[in-house]
Design a protein around this ligand. Structure first.
Ligand code: FAD
Ligand code: FES
Length: 512
């Protein structure tokens, strides 16, 4: 439907046109508005998600929330508040009134002022200016914390939209001003002290104090460790540092773009999500790309052989050449020699061979560590008042019953949000279903749940037709579901997994 055809909701729409659960996109005061019916109640909110403009009309309504079909952000239908990342900003929300047999969208509601936090620490310091760190700072202010709030980040730049660094920005289709998550005004207005290029070198848990590499010290009432992860580095015989690129930061992405401007051929090492997204983005720039990886299929460990083969064929159809079952033996000038003896020509190499959680600070401070910073269900570490969130944290996942650590943007942000609430004493458990997405050319892959091992893969639909849901099961139980072009199903799977957790059986298990 184009703008001309959209009804003006201020003029009212007939009640008869609304089945229970019905949706309608119209306009009010020049803005596109989604009007929804739940039972006898009507709600009206902005029609597009504040993360990447996903169409909320194609999303899922769960209780009095609407969830975005693209990356599962969640908004309150009653207030418009962005309840769960990746959206951080609210959608507008409108008062709805029924008069006779018509429904009218009336005035826009003004967001209520944050309630003052009563159980607030004297100050909060967040170590890490990434997904978890920024989302935590944002939630602290939203949730009424008005004390001193500092983010200390080793990155060169303020918090950025890291997932975009391997996607549209690297491909040259997203402008640079899309990348910062927030403007300088945002930090000033919310009184968030942001120290970039500042690495914390030690943490004294008894004196509640951190020390930066530059010698500066800071005391804190509560601390959040959101130190993320760093790329695994490989030593490659004869390669010079300038030939090898990694991708984690804005600066890394810019460095690849600068080189790509003059490059004709690039070798990507690793068929991971990041490696493959880099391959796709460099292909968009017309560069010849070879991918070298030891696996039989790309992404096989995470998504199995079937999805791996689909991804390989997708990239091959865009001109990528794979050298699977191979590693790099050496790099001499422009010549890359593989373990099997094949030689490739390359202007430079991008290595995407995995990441490791950044644990140095937690280790030095003596916090409990188990392949990640150990946290409880409230995301609190082994020391009270010190929390951890994001790629660095390993938490007790109620869905699998295991302690897990993942590297997902949405999980990091949601953990940052929950940690913020717990810093304010709200005692909220982190029980979100893990979710991530990855983009390859025009194909988005959504993954809900967590399956490290599985004994059965069930494919509903067709990978080749790009219309499917792939379920990973263990002992007959669905642990995770990958969807391609089935966004609503992905949201439904997430909601179903949440509902299982809330089931009486699960509550009995928790109580026992
Ligand atoms: C190129 C790229 C693309 C990605 N695409 C996707 C995607 O499509 N979907 C998805 O789900 N996930 C994606 N991810 C993963 C996602 O970005 C991470 O899961 C997420 O950023 C983790 O957030 P975090 O806050 O834990 O860590 P980060 O965002 O890495 O932030 C960590 C912060 O801690 C700082 N830090 C570390 N140690 C110190 C210290 N000692 N002192 C001070 N500061 C410190 C770092 O400088 C950084 O600011 C992608 C990652 C990359 C690199
Ligand atoms: S566009 Fe809505 S969550 Fe990303």
């Amino acid at each position: 439907m184009n703008d001309v055809e959209k009804p003006d909701l201020k003029n009212g729409v007939p009640l008869a046109s609304f089945p229970v659960g019905g949706k309608l996109v119209g306009v009010a005061e020049g803005e596109e508005v989604l009007l929804l019916r739940r039972g006898t109640a009507f709600f009206a909110v902005g029609a597009y998600c504040t993360h990447y403009h996903g169409p909320l009309a194609d999303g899922l309504v769960v209780g009095d929330e609407v969830r975005c079909p693209w990356h599962h952000a969640c908004f309150s239908l009653r207030t418009g508040e962005a309840l769960r990342a990746p959206a951080l900003d609210p959608v507008s929300c409108w008062r709805v009134e029924q008069v006779g047999d018509k429904i009218f969208v009336r005035d826009k509601l003004t967001p209520s002022a944050p309630k003052r936090a009563t159980n607030a620490p004297s100050s909060v310091v967040i170590v890490g200016g990434g997904a978890a760190g920024l989302a935590a700072a944002d939630m602290l202010r939203r949730d009424g914390y008005d004390g001193p709030l500092t983010i200390v980040s080793a990155d060169d730049s303020p918090p950025v939209d890291r997932p975009n660094l391997s996607k549209d920005y690297l491909a040259g289709t997203a402008p640079e001003d899309w990348i910062p998550l927030r403007s300088p005004d945002y930090y000033r207005e919310r009184r968030i002290d942001l120290a970039v290029r500042s690495r914390v070198s030690s943490l004294d848990t008894k004196r509640k104090k951190i020390t930066l590499e530059n010698g500066k010290t800071m005391e804190f009432g509560a601390l959040l460790l959101a130190t993320g992860a760093y790329p695994v580095h490989l030593t490659i015989e004869d390669a010079t540092a300038s030939q090898i690129h990694y991708l984690r930061t804005f600066a890394d992405s810019k460095a690849i773009i600068t080189k790509a401007a003059y490059a004709k051929r690039v070798v990507v090492v690793g068929a991971s999500f990041i490696g493959l997204e880099v391959a796709a983005s460099l292909r968009a720039r017309g560069i010849v790309v070879d991918v070298v990886a030891p696996n039989k299929q790309p992404l096989e460990r995470v998504m199995g052989a079937e999805v791996g083969e689909f991804i390989r064929k997708l990239h091959e159809s865009h001109g990528v050449t794979f050298h699977l079952g191979e590693t790099i033996r050496r790099v001499h000038d422009r010549t890359v020699t593989l373990s099997g003896g094949t030689t490739l020509d390359a202007d430079f190499l991008v290595l995407g061979v995995g990441v490791r959680p950044s644990l140095a600070l937690a280790e030095q401070a003596g916090l409990a560590i188990d392949r990640g910073i150990t946290v409880n269900e409230y995301l609190e570490t082994s020391v009270a008042g010190i929390f951890a969130a994001g790629d660095a944290a390993r938490w007790p996942d109620p869905h699998t019953g295991e302690r897990i650590r993942v590297e997902h943007w949405v999980v990091a942000e949601r953990q940052g949000q929950v940690a913020a609430k717990n810093i304010l004493g709200r005692r909220e458990k982190f029980d979100a279903v893990p979710f991530f997405w990855s983009q390859h050319y025009d194909v988005a892959i959504n993954y809900v749940g967590h399956a490290e091992k599985w004994d059965e893969v069930e494919i509903n639909g067709s990978l080749d037709a790009r219309d499917c849901a792939v379920t990973y099961k263990k002992g007959g139980r669905a642990l995770a579901v990958v969807t391609i072009f089935r966004d609503l199903q992905s949201l439904q799977v997430e909601a179903d997994m949440e509902a299982q957790l809330a089931s009486p059986r699960q509550r009995r298990l928790e109580a026992s």
